[in-house]
Design a protein around this ligand. Structure first.
Ligand SMILES: [Zn+2]
Length: 53
């Protein structure tokens, strides 16, 4: 799979699971795995610590 931000190929040797967080080694963006087949990634905003709940 490739990073949706910078386009770098992200090697993923382990089996992915839904809701797993993967990160790009190039731009350090983090993604949550939404679905495996087809593979869909959701970018996790870097400043999502302040949820304000
Ligand atoms: Zn990237």
């Amino acid at each position: 799979m490739s990073c949706t931000i910078c386009g770098s190929v992200m090697d993923q040797n382990t089996d992915l699971v839904v809701h797993q967080v993967v990160s790009c080694g190039e731009c350090l963006s983090e993604f949550e795995v939404l679905t495996i087949t087809p593979l869909a990634l959701q970018e996790i905003p870097a400043d999502e610590e302040d949820w304000g709940q």
